[in-house]
Ligand binder design. Structure first.
Ligand SMILES: Nc1ncnc2c1ncn2[C@@H]1O[C@H](COP(=O)(O)OP(=O)(O)OP(=O)(O)O)[C@@H](O)[C@H]1O
Ligand SMILES: [Mg+2]
Length: 246
């Protein structure tokens, strides 16, 4: 029996409101979103439309008010908090705009942290960290502190850290917005190579139209609803024209 899911992410009718003590503001209003294994899926839309909220719900760090959230074939909305935390640690890697590296320890130690937390010996964790740093082109910087690296190099360290548990789903929130175009391109090429693995999926929230040409598909969100899905690079190029040509 082949139980491998086609979809890395599938959400149905997701609703989420925030309360500010006075009023309740609906942010997600019946949101349908999906991303398949073997693809890079972009999620775009105006500031405040609910992109990070949806990513947080998919990542299981924020609970939806209603709706179905399936990640790697499992309904995380039906899991206990403890089960979601465990699921997240093996199935998901996160990459953020601000790399969130620890400044006082080396690059290799930063990448090792999730492995040490999971109980791996420091020797093994260090070996795995170096292997991943080599993969992102930073094998020779393993002993450096993050502050001595460029923004793009720091983001590549964050990618290596996100990959330590070999998660099938990589979720990125604005991974290139703090980077210049050359560093942004290098980061996108690494994410692109990860997404080319048929057992993996990369979901990227972005405002950066320099990333569009790397995507397989793109979902456009407005006011908490996916308004349109562009289902191929050709559809993305047709919709955004010169913006995606570099
Ligand atoms: N924890 C929270 N408490 C209250 N309101 C929130 C909270 N998180 C988000 N919001 C509100 O929900 C709306 C959507 O926020 P969200 O961060 O999902 O937007 P976004 O699409 O990621 O925007 P941006 O592109 O600026 O990052 C905003 O109006 C925001 O103020
Ligand atoms: Mg956001």
């Amino acid at each position: 029996m082949n139980s491998t899911p086609t979809f890395a992410v599938r959400t149905k009718d997701v609703a989420k409101s925030f309360h500010d003590g006075v009023a309740e503001t609906p942010v997600l209003r019946g949101t349908q979103f999906d991303a398949r294994l073997g693809e890079m899926m972009l999620l775009v839309g105006p500031s405040g439309c609910g992109k990070t909220t949806l990513l947080s719900i998919i990542a299981g760090t924020l609970a939806a008010d209603a709706g179905e959230i399936e990640v790697m074939g499992q309904r995380i909305d039906q899991m206990s908090t403890a089960a979601v935390t465990k699921f997240r640690s093996t199935q998901l890697g996160f990459i953020f705009q601000q790399f969130n590296l620890i400044p006082t320890i080396s690059v290799a130690e930063n990448v090792s942290v999730p492995l040490l937390i999971a109980g791996m010996s420091s020797r093994k964790a260090e070996d795995r960290a170096r292997e991943l740093l080599t993969r992102v082109g930073l094998g020779d910087r393993a002993n450096t502190r993050p502050g001595r690296l460029s923004g793009g190099q720091q983001q590549r360290v964050a990618i290596a850290r996100a990959l330590v548990h070999n998660p099938p789903l990589i979720i990125c929130d604005e991974p290139t917005s703090a980077l210049d175009s050359e560093n942004g391109r290098q980061v996108m090429e690494i994410l692109r190579s990860i997404a080319g693995d048929p057992g993996r999926c990369v979901v990227i929230v972005t405002h950066d139209n320099r990333t569009y040409r790397f995507a397989d598909r793109m979902a456009e969100m407005e006011d908490g609803v996916i308004q349109r899905v562009l289902n191929s690079p050709a559809e993305i190029a047709e919709a955004y024209g010169a913006a995606v040509v570099h």
